[in-house]
Design a protein around this ligand. Structure first.
Ligand code: 3PG
Length: 477
């Protein structure tokens, strides 16, 4: 869509633009002293006189598009548990119990996502519930079976959970057929089935062996896997094609809350971005900027290190997968948006288990960056304090170790104490918030990481799309 913008009204404190689409309808918006305000009531008003305005039009136009994106989110229509009679039904419940795993012991080190899954399982107490989830990625240390998850879940629910060491084979199928009302089964890691490691169109996903074999055993599919809503895997987009499908409690809450937030979100939008899934993050960053969701991006963690390498402030390879490509992308992004990115000026390294703070230019090969340094903490906190909306994803340091928790604690405190609308994303930060007693001060907390970042860009996530399709298909039944 082509946008033109010309007409202006000025008063002491504001400037009104009129933006014209190629089909000659117009949108108006107001730039106030404090930043940009959108005026939905002025949409499609007609202005005839034109003059020029002296500020960055393309950014403002992007914001209008962004506003349209937010409006799009408002129209998410999905079915929920309340739309179905659940008694006696055999239900496939797709959750996200992808937990952090301690690499040396192979043990689950954070149970937040298992805890979250209990809410929908409890709401299905009169049904036969088959819970499914993925865990880790093929080839990684966190790629394990679901036996531990079943034990933890059983403890949390105070109710028997049968772990079945199979996903789509005869064992899984016969166990499902034997179930009684109130029974709960947890199948094995969905990614043990090769198909679950690929993305499909919904139509093709419906033809996979997984969906064909399991689909016929269920009356209803409940999708409650918000942290993996950005994946188009068979379990997330395939079942809705062949059986009634609705959202579980987490997805229902996330969608409602995020819609509310996106409609009122105010600039400046500050993103504090860390985490280890660098490739995913790099892809989302550009969309966040283009769609007016990121005015300032404060980088931390592994992705911060990648940007510091791209700035040549870290002069040695970091030793991460796909590093050269990631560094090139980071370099290009900083070239394209020079005022958006902030990287640490100082860090804390792990010096034989002790904290040593130093300027990033003094880093040497082999130094393990474990936290932000004090100057960076101060600088980032100031930026956060004047934000209109703050989104923080991925811990800035190894906060589990008190010596390296300063950055994470300080960033969360700055977010919690700001006047902004605040979103905290990801399992690690959710645990940290709880640990520091800050959870009450946050507008929205989500265990989702990458999915939430993409949701904020305005992208329609495959799992949400799948729920919307199901709502049109099965509403009248
Ligand atoms: C997550 O933890 O972000 C989700 O479980 C998705 O996992 P993935 O990035 O391995 O698909």
């Amino acid at each position: 869509m082509d946008w033109k913008y010309k007409t202006v009204e000025r008063s002491k404190s504001c400037v009104t633009l009129v933006c014209t689409k190629t089909d000659s309808t117009t949108n108006a918006m107001t730039k106030t002293k404090n930043g940009l305000d959108r005026r939905p009531n002025n949409q499609f008003c007609n202005h005839t006189k034109a003059s020029t305005v002296a500020f960055n039009f393309s950014a403002e136009i992007d914001r209008l598009k962004d506003f349209k994106m937010a409006k799009k989110h408002q129209s998410v229509k999905i079915l929920t548990l309340g739309d179905f009679d659940l008694r006696g039904k055999t239900v496939l419940l797709r959750v996200d119990m992808n937990c952090p795993i301690e690499p040396t012991t192979g043990e689950i080190s954070g149970v937040k996502r298992i805890e979250e899954a209990t809410e929908t399982i409890e709401a299905l107490s009169e049904a036969k519930v088959v819970v499914v989830s993925h865990q880790g990625r093929v080839g990684n240390k966190d790629y394990i079976g679901m036996e531990q998850h079943a034990k933890i879940l059983e403890k949390m629910l105070g109710k028997k959970v049968t772990y079945v060491q199979d996903v789509i084979g005869t064992l899984a199928q016969s166990e499902i057929k034997k179930m009684q009302n109130g029974d709960i089964i947890l199948l094995d890691n969905l990614r043990f089935c090769a198909e679950e490691n690929y993305e499909f169109s919904p139509e093709d996903a419906a033809q996979t062996v997984m969906v064909q074999r399991l689909g016929k055993l269920f009356d209803l599919c409940v999708l409650d896997s918000f942290p993996s809503a950005h994946r188009a895997h068979p379990s997330l987009v395939g079942f809705s094609q062949i059986i009634p499908t609705c959202a579980g409690k987490i997805v229902e809450r996330e969608v409602r809350k995020l819609e509310e937030i996106l409609t009122v979100a105010k600039a400046p939008h500050v993103i504090v971005l860390g985490g280890s899934k660098v490739t995913d993050r790099l892809e989302a960053i550009k969309m966040l900027i283009k769609r007016g969701r990121a005015d300032q991006i404060l980088l931390t963690g592994l992705i911060g290190n990648v940007f510091m390498r791209a700035q040549a402030r870290i002069k040695y390879p970091l030793g991460i997968k796909g590093e050269e490509d990631a560094v090139a992308k980071a370099h290009a992004l900083m070239g394209e948006y020079p005022d958006v990115f902030f990287t640490p000026v100082d860090v804390a390294i792990n010096n034989d288990g002790k904290r040593t703070e130093l300027d990033v230019r003094l880093l040497n090969k082999g130094d393990q960056i474990y936290d932000l340094g004090p100057k960076t903490i101060e600088h980032y906190s100031k930026i956060i304090s004047s934000a209109g909306t703050v989104f923080i994803s991925g811990p800035p340091g190894f906060f589990e170790n008190p010596d390296f928790s300063y950055g994470t604690k300080a960033m969360l405190e700055a977010v919690a104490n700001s006047m902004a609308t605040t979103i905290v994303s990801g399992g690690h930060l959710t645990s940290a918030l709880k640990k520091y007693g800050l959870a009450e001060k946050i507008t929205h907390i989500s265990t989702a990481g990458g999915a939430l970042v993409l949701y904020l860009t305005g992208e329609k996530l495959p799992m949400i799309q799948s729920l919307e399709t199901a709502a049109t298909k099965y509403r009248s039944k």
